[in-house]
Design a protein around this ligand. Structure first.
Ligand SMILES: Nc1ncnc2c1ncn2[C@@H]1O[C@H](COP(=O)(O)OP(=O)(O)O)[C@@H](O)[C@H]1O
Ligand SMILES: [Mg+2]
Length: 281
């Protein structure tokens, strides 16, 4: 089982959209996927239609019990795709966590329960766009961190000053009991006026001092209306936009390339086997 946390200290960068669509694609590729909505604003919980209108339990029980019980897991209407919903509209969980000595590792330990380890191939955790104990716990729960960055100089700086500061604070010595996993930045919502490669180079240079613990993925996610439309239709974007004319690659292509970079053992495997992907090795 592999666990990814999608993190950024900035809101509105695409974390929830990326988590949902990556989860949707991996599930369609046959992996058993558990989404975890660790944002008190439950956007991911509302992304896909759920099998239960009112889930019995969710993130609160996971954090407070320190265990993922079957009641905490709600199936979505998509095969292989389940979710731990966010159920803390008053935002009590971060305060509760703050008073716990094991706050850093609580989610990590909870995800080690058999209800998760035996039942899923991949866990994807969405986080709030702000610094806080839930963000810390989600970052320390993962084997890999994914961070969307808009290819603009201001976002790159925000990434350096916010997200990198977060990692620095959580690095050994901060005494939360675990070490942050390597981080992969994704150039996200790239528009055609921006040379993402130049920005990616800049980010790479900026990150050199992290000696390989931070890297930038080759795949960039374009700015495209398909991502918004798919959210409106509550479906994974690779299904919503299976093909596309023009220079911008289809969401189907982009999401596959991204999944293959993140989980190299999936390289070359397609949701719908008879299709070609530009850039496939
Ligand atoms: N690739 C994309 N192209 C255009 N719009 C996008 C793309 N990805 C996400 N969006 C839109 O950007 C907004 C913020 O995305 P969201 O995933 O909610 O960010 P976050 O979770 O980081 O706050 C949403 O309205 C979403 O539909
Ligand atoms: Mg979000």
């Amino acid at each position: 089982m592999i666990k990814f946390t999608v993190t950024s200290t900035k809101g509105g960068v695409g974390k929830t959209t990326l988590t949902a669509n990556l989860g949707g694609l991996l599930a369609d590729l046959g992996l058993r996927v558990l989404l975890v909505d660790a944002d008190v604003q439950p956007s991911l919980s509302k992304y896909f239609p759920l099998a239960a209108l009112r889930p019995d339990a969710g993130l609160t029980e996971v954090i407070v019990r320190g265990e993922v019980t079957p009641a905490c897991i709600t199936p979505t209407l998509y095969r292989n795709l389940d979710i731990v919903v966010s159920d803390d509209p008053e935002g009590r969980l971060p305060h509760w966590l703050l008073n716990r000595i094991d706050r850093g590792v609580r989610l990590r330990m909870a995800l080690q329960t058999p209800a998760v380890v035996d039942a899923y191939d991949c866990v994807l955790i969405d986080t709030p766009g702000a610094v806080g104990p839930l963000q810390d716990a989600a970052v320390l729960a993962a084997d890999g961190l994914i961070s969307p960055i808009t290819p603009e100089i201001l976002s790159a700086r925000e990434f350096r000053d916010g997200t990198m500061e977060l990692l620095e604070r959580l690095a050994p010595g901060a005494a939360l009991g675990a070490m942050p996993a390597p981080l992969k930045a994704v150039i996200y919502r790239q528009d055609r006026t921006v040379d993402a490669r130049m920005i990616a180079c800049g980010i790479r240079e900026d990150l050199a001092r992290w000696d390989g613990r931070v890297s930038v993925l080759d795949t960039a996610v374009p700015h495209a209306k398909a991502y918004k439309e798919a959210a409106t239709s509550r479906m994974p974007v690779h299904r919503h936009e299976p093909r596309r004319d023009g220079v911008t690659p289809s969401a189907y292509t982009v999401m596959h390339l991204l999944a293959w970079e993140l989980i190299p053992s999936l390289q070359g495997i397609l949701v719908d086997g008879d299709r070609d992907i530009a850039g496939a090795a």
